[in-house]
Design a binder for this molecule. Structure first.
Ligand SMILES: NC(=O)c1ccc[n+]([C@@H]2O[C@H](COP(=O)([O-])OP(=O)(O)OC[C@H]3O[C@@H](n4cnc5c(N)ncnc54)[C@H](O)[C@@H]3O)[C@@H](O)[C@H]2O)c1
Length: 279
């Protein structure tokens, strides 16, 4: 935390749905939580006009260190963590809002190492993942044998390319499984839709992106919520299943409860040392 101000300074990278929500909450409620806005960066700066005071605009992302942020929050695109995550972690804690970025082995290793060396924390927001810390505890204790995350959404809520895009078209009439396999391969195919699965992989490093199974399902009957199901199994018949219904406007990629979940995650980011921390 910056000693001079006594507030924890937050840099926001990305000014889409989540970025705008977080900036609004920081400006409205930040001070009572010991948080203040250090900067806002967006690829297209004109989007900040009229809603963010000019002195908070960051022109070039490479100049982020001039603003002395204590925590930097990415809510833009997986390429930000891949290209700038290491530099962020050398200077500040970093909450990676697009954890599908970490399905790239080089990026995951680089960021884990940067956190370890700098003493800053790489935060992974739980998003729509229920029981992430329980999963982490099971994994820490060597008790987690298998983990499957199933995400079911209306076909309009997917942003998919390639053959998954074609499959989703076929799911307009009936429920279809679009993918069933390791999360690692799914992340580049559906980077905006499977952040919750990526968070689960980071919570369970013994299985990781190759061991955690992801199932992506399109269901034309789910017009006003998304479903996330988690199934964890351990030794001697141990198992836990959960099913979360996340209200979402028809066609929305991000469920409504996820916005509030991101704010709660940010409040947890008080500095937990040089490691990965699910928040
Ligand atoms: N962790 C989770 O559970 C979770 C939940 C929802 C969204 N997300 C992720 O958070 C990010 C933001 O989500 P959102 O709903 O605010 O999205 P959005 O599309 O509303 O906003 C994205 C913002 O990032 C910018 N952007 C897009 N591509 C970029 C690029 N290549 N380089 C730099 N900037 C770029 C856009 O201009 C826009 O301002 C996305 O990557 C999304 O996948 C994660």
């Amino acid at each position: 935390m910056s000693e001079s101000r006594g507030q924890r300074r937050v840099g926001i990278v990305g000014y889409g749905h989540l970025g705008q929500y977080l900036v609004r909450r920081l400006r409205m409620d930040g001070l009572q939580h010991g948080l203040e806005l250090a900067f806002v960066w967006n690829r297209d700066a004109s989007k900040l006009e009229g809603s963010v005071p000019a002195e908070l605009w960051l022109g070039k992302l490479a100049d982020f260190s001039e603003r002395h942020a204590d925590i930097i929050v990415e809510v833009a695109h997986p390429c930000i963590a891949q290209d700038h995550g290491e530099a962020f972690l050398k200077a500040a804690d970093f909450m990676v809002g697009s954890p599908t970025a970490l399905a790239d082995v080089g990026t995951e290793l680089k960021l884990r190492e940067a956190a370890r060396q700098s003493g800053h924390t790489l935060y992974i927001p739980s998003g729509a993942l229920w029981g992430g810390q329980d999963i982490q505890r099971l994994d820490d204790g060597g008790m987690l044998q298998a983990l499957t995350v199933t995400m079911v959404k209306h076909p309009d809520s997917f942003r998919l390319g390639g053959h998954l895009g074609e499959l989703v078209q076929a799911a307009r009439k009936e429920r279809k499984v679009l993918y069933d396999g390791p999360v690692r391969k799914l992340c580049p195919l559906a980077p905006n839709n499977v952040n919750t699965m990526a968070a689960a992989c980071m919570a369970a490093p013994s299985l990781g992106f190759d061991g955690v199974k992801g199932r992506l399902v399109a269901d034309p009957d789910l017009s006003d919520y998304h479903v996330v199901e988690i199934e964890a199994t351990g030794p001697s018949g141990f198992s836990v299943s959960s099913k979360r219904k996340n209200p979402a406007a028809c066609g929305a990629v991000t469920g409504a409860a996820t916005f509030a979940a991101f704010w709660s995650s940010l409040l947890v980011c008080q500095g937990h040392g040089g490691r990965v921390y699910l928040c």
